[in-house]
Design a protein around this ligand. Structure first.
Ligand code: FE2
Ligand code: FE2
Length: 203
C-alpha cells in the first residue's frame, strides 16, 4: 500500500513535469494546463479533506501553516481557472502563467518541508498507508470521472470496462488507464491516451 507522503510527493512531481513543459513551450499549453487542473484539484481536495486535518491533529502548532495551505489552494485554483479561460497567445498570459507556477512551487515546497514531515515523524506506518490508499482512491477516482467521457465509456465503472471494445479495435482511454493501473505504470494519471498506449505497450 502506498505511503501517503510518497504519493503526495509523486503527484507533485507529475504536476511539475507538466508545468515544465508548459514553461518551455513543449506541447499545447492549454492542454497541459487542463491536465494540471485535472490532477491538482482532486489532489488539493483530498489534502483538505483528511491530510491537513490529520497534520493539525498530530501537531497543533502547524495550525497556521495548514490555514495558509488551504488559502493557497484556493488562490491557485482561481489563477488556474483564469488561465484556462484565456487564450495562451493573449497579452499578459505568460506573466500570469509564471505567477501561478511560482505560487504552486512555493506551496509544494512548504508542504514538503513543513507539513508532510509531521506525518513522517508522528503517524505510524500503517496510518500513512491507509491514508495513502484513501488518497489514491480520492484522487484517481475523481480523475477518472473527469476524463471518463473520453472514448464514450461511462464513468464509475472502473474494473468492469476491460472487455468492452465494441466500438472498434481501438481501446478507450479508460481501458488503457485500467491496464496502466494494473501494471502500475508511474505517472499514468497525467498521461494522454497516446502516452498511455505507449506506456502499456512497452511493459
Ligand atoms: Fe500537495
Ligand atoms: Fe497542497
Amino acid at each position: 500500500m502506498p505511503d501517503v507522503v510518497e504519493l503526495i510527493k509523486k503527484q507533485h512531481r507529475e504536476v511539475d513535469e507538466l508545468l515544465k513543459r508548459a514553461e518551455s513551450g513543449d506541447g499545447d499549453t492549454a492542454a497541459l494546463l487542463q491536465k494540471v487542473s485535472n490532477l491538482l484539484l482532486p489532489h488539493s481536495e483530498a489534502e483538505e479533506s483528511f491530510v491537513y486535518p490529520k497534520i493539525r491533529e498530530l501537531k497543533s502548532s502547524e495550525n497556521e501553516m495548514v490555514k495558509d495551505g488551504v488559502a493557497e489552494h484556493h488562490d491557485m485554483e482561481a489563477k488556474l481557472s483564469e488561465l484556462l479561460r484565456e487564450d495562451p497567445d493573449s497579452p499578459g498570459y505568460d506573466g500570469k502563467l509564471a505567477a501561478f507556477i511560482g505560487e504552486l512551487r512555493h506551496h509544494v515546497e512548504e508542504e514538503e518541508n513543513d507539513l508532510l514531515p509531521v506525518l513522517s515523524e508522528k503517524a505510524s506506518d500503517s496510518e500513512r498507508e491507509s491514508m495513502g490508499s484513501r488518497f489514491m482512491q480520492e484522487t484517481e477516482g475523481r480523475l477518472m470521472a473527469a476524463s471518463g467521457t473520453v472514448g464514450g465509456v461511462a464513468t464509475g465503472t472502473s474494473g468492469s470496462s476491460g472487455s468492452g471494445g465494441s466500438e472498434g479495435d481501438e481501446p478507450t482511454k479508460t481501458e488503457l488507464y485500467e491496464k496502466a493501473k494494473e501494471q502500475d505504470v508511474p505517472g499514468r494519471s497525467s498521461m494522454s491516451k497516446e502516452q498511455l498506449k505507449e506506456a502499456v505497450d512497452r511493459d
